[in-house]
Design a protein around this ligand. Structure first.
Ligand code: PGA
Length: 253
């Protein structure tokens, strides 16, 4: 299975900055992207088309939308549709990110609607799940993953092409904190996600990528990416500089 090395730029970078970073990334990885590695960047909306253009002729480079509203079109002031993301060059969409769940207040049910709608609209999806620190401490990790995955994937066709769906395990306590989860914690959570995916999708669940996210850096990525059931990473802070993200993309390859 290819490893998917994904960057989430969140609400950083105006248009020119995003284009410059994308161009620098392409240059740094020129001729160096190993077989079996793919690069995916989630820029802010305003930079999506610019970054997509920089990646257009690059094999194994993709862009995605960080958010969208699950309707084709209509009176939804301020919102963006999956079709608009595709029009701007996106191949992917992100759903269920912890900042949207816990800062913006998206419910499990809305995350499920968005995931199914994006897939039906022709986008591939990275669905994020992960527990808060108090949930981990109270022993609720598996229950949280079970709830978020069952709701998030409720309306996804059981015969889905597994190349179009990835799950990102991102413990909330490790996002943007510098506190990366240890190998044991990652192995345990990813094995749990895999079990649930197999239960939902049967054999297809073996081929759905599981990414790890939460304080991934150039110097810890090689160890993380080598773990069982880790099929890629989703990187926030350390993906903002092209040099740093390029080192992550190549780590352990
Ligand atoms: P971080 O963010 O790498 O800055 O911890 C990860 C994410 O939010 O996807």
């Amino acid at each position: 299975m290819n490893k998917l090395m994904a960057a989430n730029w969140k609400m950083y970078k105006i248009y020119e900055e995003a284009k410059d970073t994308a161009e620098a990334l392409v240059k740094l990885l020129d001729g160096k992207l190993p077989d079996g590695r793919e690069v995916l960047v989630f820029p802010p909306f305003t930079a999506l088309r610019g970054v997509s253009k920089k990646f257009k002729d690059e094999k194994g480079f993709w862009t995605g939308g960080q958010d969208f509203w699950p309707e084709k079109e209509g009176a939804f002031t301020g919102e963006i549709s999956p079709g608009m993301l595709r029009d701007a060059g996106a191949a992917f969409a992100l759903t269920g990110h912890s900042e949207r769940r816990h800062v913006i207040g998206e419910s499990d049910e809305l995350v499920g609607r968005k995931t199914a709608f994006a897939l039906a609209s022709g986008l591939s999806v990275v669905l994020c799940v992960g527990e808060k620190i108090e949930e981990r401490r109270s022993g609720a990790l598996e229950a949280v993953l079970e709830r978020q995955l069952r709701a998030g994937l409720a309306d996804v066709p059981r015969e889905i092409d597994p190349a179009r769906l990835a799950v990102a395990y991102e413990p909330v306590w490790a996002i943007g904190t510098g506190e990366v989860a240890g190998p044991k914690e990652i192995l345990g959570a990813h094995a749990c996600v895999r079990r649930i995916l197999l239960d939902i999708f049967e054999n297809i669940g073996n081929d759905i990528k599981i990414l790890y996210g939460g304080s991934v850096k150039p110097d810890n990525c090689a160890e993380i990416i080598a773990l069982d059931n880790v099929d890629g990473v989703l990187v926030g802070g350390a993906s903002l500089a092209a040099e740093s993200f390029a080192r992550i993309v190549l780590a352990g390859a």
